[in-house]
Design a protein around this ligand. Structure first.
Ligand SMILES: [Zn+2]
Length: 349
């Protein structure tokens, strides 16, 4: 257990946390916290895909929702947009968000949320859902986990080698390249990667995995009917600041059009793929306005203080790491200064 986790447990056991929570519920909330989840562990325990997006077990998520319902007010996109426009939030506001559109959001998270009368916001990469395409990080993870070679040599986008003695490190290096290379032709890169890694890949294989991993539009419509917010996470989850203007417009406006067509939802919020906050002068701000978004959410960027100006295109969020104790979650929401920037890294704290 990390020092911060131990401190959170101590505060919990000694009643300090209870007193802080009681105090907080009796006065206006000094900050807004937005939590980010992605997916649950594979039931078989044998995950073929990217382990880094596994945030929470079903049991832990249910305990967290019960604790959140007890001590906080769960809010959705209406309240987030009102907050960004300068209006007051309900007391002790917290938003629960899920990124990407994994099938287990529908199969596991939705029944838990319904059981406890809780609300969440689901950010969806609409092109992947509609066209049954795997998320690119899962495709890369599958290749790196399955490859029989000891080194992957690529020529595109430049000559580069990835040694596989440490596969998690190789995966991280490949994903870093994909997240930062301007104008990357994603399909070309992924095809070359599978070929160099000697891992069989085809549209049929991709579709089979996509059916296992992703929600369908029917699932999304059901989320919406159940009172959940469904919003945009672009079309294909490209990192926005690596894209040329035409692709940027397709990712932003195209995703809103997909949601309007399939669910009848005029999306107002976008969660940035990989979560990078926008710079003050980023051209992406103008593209967000042009596409019709009211707010943008970053990741791993902390909580939002209520006593200063709000940047509507940088609503900050806090990641929920796997095995995060309830005590730590409550501490992180009640006393944000206790919170680590990335709870998933707490084990090394
Ligand atoms: Zn994402």
């Amino acid at each position: 257990m990390s020092r911060r986790q131990r401190l959170a447990s101590l505060l919990h056991q000694t009643g300090v946390m209870r007193a802080a929570l009681a105090l907080r519920s009796s006065m206006p909330s000094p900050w807004l916290s937005v939590l980010t989840y992605h997916r649950f562990p594979s039931p078989s325990g044998q995950d073929l895909f990217d382990d880094e997006v596994v945030d929470v077990t079903p049991e832990c998520f249910e305990r967290q929702i019960v604790a959140l319902k007890k001590h906080f007010t769960l809010v959705g996109v209406d309240e987030l947009c009102a907050f960004a426009a300068g209006r007051l939030l309900p007391p002790n506001a917290v938003a629960v968000t899920f990124d990407d559109g994994y099938l287990d959001n529908y199969e596991i998270a939705l029944p838990i949320l319904k059981r406890h009368g809780a609300k969440a916001v689901f950010f969806l990469s609409t092109g992947c859902i509609g066209e049954r395409r795997m998320y690119w990080w899962d495709r890369v993870a599958y290749i790196v986990k399955r490859t029989p070679v000891s080194q992957i040599k690529l020529t595109y986008p430049f000559p580069v080698e990835f040694g596989l003695a440490n596969r998690p490190l190789a995966l991280e290096r490949i994903l870093r390249l994909m997240k930062t290379q301007p104008g990357l032709d994603l399909e070309r890169f992924l095809d070359e990667l599978a070929h160099a890694a000697e891992v069989a890949w085809s549209q049929k294989i991709e579709r089979t995995f996509a059916e296992q991993l992703l929600m369908t539009w029917d699932h999304v419509r059901e989320l919406h009917r159940a009172g959940m917010d469904v919003e945009s996470h672009t079309r294909t989850h490209r990192v926005l600041d690596t894209l040329p203007p035409a692709d940027l417009e397709d990712e932003l406006a195209g995703s809103r059009a997909d949601l309007a067509r399939e669910v009848g939802v005029p999306a107002r919020a976008l969660a940035y793929p990989v979560g990078n906050a926008l710079g003050r002068n980023s051209p992406i701000r103008a593209a967000m306005v042009q596409a019709g978004y009211e707010i943008g959410l970053s990741s791993n960027t902390g909580s939002n203080p209520l006593n200063g100006p709000v940047d509507r295109f940088d609503i900050r969020r806090q990641a929920v790491g796997l095995n995060l104790s309830e005590a730590y979650l409550l501490a992180m929401l009640t006393l944000p200064s206790l919170a680590h920037k990335h709870p998933g890294q707490l084990a090394a704290d």
